[in-house]
Design a protein around this ligand. Structure first.
Ligand code: 5AD
Ligand code: SF4
Length: 452
C-alpha cells in the first residue's frame, strides 16, 4: 500500500523537564523531516518512547510502556519504527532488543540530535542501538534554529548537560554523561530567537544548572545577561544544587527584573549524617543559610524541594531531623521519594537497611507535613495581589489560567463586560480570593491587561 499524506509521529514522555524538552525537540526535528504529530498511537509511522531511569519504578514503567505500545502498534503497522530514547536507552543499550524484540531503534539522550539520521538508517537496515556521550561542542546541544514552530508562553532553554556531582544514590552521571556547558553566545542566541517568537518566560535547564560557568562567566552572570533581553518577562531555572548557590546568585533574586520569586532547591535530607552518606557535600546548616540568604534577598520567594526517605543507614533520629527542617524552612511543595537503589551507584552497594514498612511510614509522614505547610502558605496568599502570566483557559467557562511569578497557578474570571486581553502571554494583576487543591482562585484587580 502506498502511503498518502505526511508520516505521523507519536511521542510518549517519562521523567524530568529535561526529557520534556528533549521530546519537544524530537517533535520539532521530525517535523523538519516531514512528520506530523499525532496523539493517536494507532496511526503513527514513528513512535518514540522517551524514558527515565531515575528510580526503579520509573525504569519499569518505561519498559512496560515499551512492551504495551509495541504490541498495539506493530500488530497493525509492522513497518512503524519503534524508538526507545532517553535514560533507560543509555543504561540498557542493545539489551532493550531482548526485553522488547519489536523495538527498532535505541537512542541515548546524547544521540537525540542525530535522530532523523538514525530513524532513516533503522528503516533501511533494521535494529540499531546508539548510545554514548558527545563532547558538548556547539552543535551538540539540542538547540532550535527554527523560527516557524509556534512557541508556548514558557519554554525551556538548555545551558548545560550531564553531571559529575556523583551523589551516591544518583544514576544521572551514568545516563547523562559528564558535565558540559553551553557557549553563552549560543544560549543568548536561542533566547533571542525564542523571545522574538513570543516566548515570555524562559526556564533554564541543566542537571546542576547553577554550576554553569564558561570562560569566567558565572551562572549569576548568565542570568544577568538574559535579564537584559527586552522581550523577556520571566526567568526561572531548574534544578540547582545547594552547594552551588553562590552569594551573587542568591542576591540576584529580588534584584534581577525577570528572575522569578520561586526556586526548587533539592535538599534530600535534613540530617548531616545522611547528607554525608548521600555525597551531597553540604550540611543541613549550610542549606539553612542559603534559604536565609534567599529570603533576605527576596522575602516573598516560595521554595520547593526534593526529599529521599529511607536512605541506607537513615536512623529514626536522622529522619526526625528531616522533619525538623521541613517545619523550619516551610517549603511550598516537595517531591518525596523512597530510596531506590540504582545500578552502578555507590549507594547501591550500601546495605538497603531501612525496612520497606519504615520507608512507607516515613514517606507518609513527610507527605503530611509538606501538604499541611503548603496549604498554610497558600492560605496566607489570600488577599494578596500577583502578576499572572496567562497560559490558557481555566476549567470553568470564561476563566483564564496562568502562573504568578512565585509559580502558583491562579485561575481567574474576567469581570462581567470587562475588555480583558485573554490571549496567552498577557499579564494581569490578580487578587487571590480562594485556595483550591492544586491552584488558587482570583479576581483581576484592573480591567485592562498590563501588556501582552
Ligand atoms: N532513589 C530515590 N530518589 C531518587 N532521586 C534521585 N535518585 C534517587 C534514588 N536512587 C530523587 C531525588 C532527586 C529527584 C529528581 O529524584 O530527590 O532530586
Ligand atoms: Fe529521569 Fe534523570 Fe534521565 Fe531526567 S535525567 S529522565 S530524571 S533519569
Amino acid at each position: 500500500m502506498i502511503k498518502v499524506g505526511p508520516m505521523k509521529l507519536y511521542v510518549r514522555t517519562f521523567g524530568c523537564q529535561m526529557n520534556v524538552h528533549d521530546s519537544n525537540r524530537i517533535v520539532e526535528m521530525m517535523q523538519g523531516e516531514g512528520y506530523q504529530s499525532t496523539t493517536d498511537v494507532k496511526e503513527a509511522d514513528l513512535v518514540v518512547i522517551n524514558t527515565c531511569s531515575i528510580r526503579e519504578k520509573a525504569h519499569h514503567k518505561g519498559i512496560s510502556e515499551i512492551g504495551r505500545l509495541c504490541k498495539r502498534v506493530k500488530r497493525n503497522k509492522p513497518d512503524c519504527v519503534m524508538v526507545v530514547a532517553g535514560c533507560v536507552s543509555e543504561q540498557e543499550g542493545a539489551r532493550i532488543f531482548k526485553l522488547a524484540p519489536q523495538v527498532d531503534l535505541v537512542v541515548g539522550p546524547d544521540q537525540i540530535a542525530q535522530l532523523p539520521r538514525w530513524v532513516r538508517d533503522a528503516r533501511q537496515d533494521g535494529r540499531i542501538a546508539m548510545t554514548g556521550f558527545d563532547r558538548g561542542t556547539r552543535a551538540d546541544f539540542l538547540s532550535t534554529a527554527d523560527r516557524a514552530t509556534p512557541r508556548g508562553v514558557s519554554e525551556f532553554l538548555t545551558v548545560s548537560k550531564g553531571c559529575e556531582e556523583r551523589c551516591t544514590y544518583c544514576i544521572v552521571p551514568s545516563v547523562r554523561g559528564p558535565e558540559r556547558f553551553r557557549h553563552p553566545d549560543d544560549i543568548i542566541e536561542e533566547a533571542v530567537l525564542l523571545t522574538e517568537n513570543g516566548v515570555q518566560e524562559l526556564v533554564l535547564l541543566g542537571q546542576k544548572v547553577n554550576a554553569y560557568h564558561y570562560d569566567g562567566l558565572t551562572f549569576a552572570g548568565l542570568l544577568e545577561r538574559l535579564d537584559q533581553l527586552p522581550g523577556l518577562q520571566r526567568l526561572r531555572f531548574t534544578s540547582p544544587h545547594p552547594r552551588h548557590m553562590s552569594p551573587s546568585l542568591i542576591e540576584s533574586f529580588g534584584r534581577l527584573r525577570t528572575l522569578c520569586e520561586s526556586i526548587h532547591l533539592p535538599v534530600q535530607s535534613g540530617a548531616d549524617g545522611t547528607l554525608a552518606r548521600m555525597g551531597r557535600r553540604y550540611t543541613a546548616g549550610d542549606y539553612r543559610e542559603v534559604i536565609g540568604g534567599l529570603r533576605r534577598a527576596c522575602p516573598e520567594i516560595l521554595i520547593s524541594t526534593d526529599l529521599i526517605v529511607g536512605f541506607p543507614g537513615e536512623t529514626e533520629a536522622e529522619f526526625e531531623q528531616t522533619i525538623g527542617l521541613l517545619e523550619e524552612v516551610r517549603f511550598c511543595g516537595a517531591f518525596s521519594f523512597k530510596f531506590s537503589p540504582r545500578p552502578g551507584t555507590a549507594a547501591a552497594n550500601l546495605p538497603d537497611d531501612v525496612t520497606e514498612a519504615d520507608k512507607a511510614r516515613r514517606l507518609e509522614i513527610v507527605h503530611n507535613v509538606i501538604e499541611r505547610v503548603e496549604r498554610e502558605i497558600r492560605h496566607d496568599l489570600v488577599g494578596k495581589r500577583f502578576e499572572v502570566l496567562v497560559t490558557g483557559s481555566g476549567r470553568n467557562a470564561g476563566q483564564l489560567t496562568g502562573r504568578a511569578r512565585n509559580n502558583q497557578i491562579i485561575n481567574f474570571q474576567p469581570a462581567k463586560g470587562a475588555t480583558l486581553n485573554q490571549a496567552p502571554g498577557s499579564l494581569h494583576q490578580v487578587e487571590v480570593t480562594g485556595v483550591m487543591p492544586h491552584s488558587l482562585e482570583g479576581i483581576p484587580v484592573a480591567d485592562e491587561a498590563q501588556s501582552g
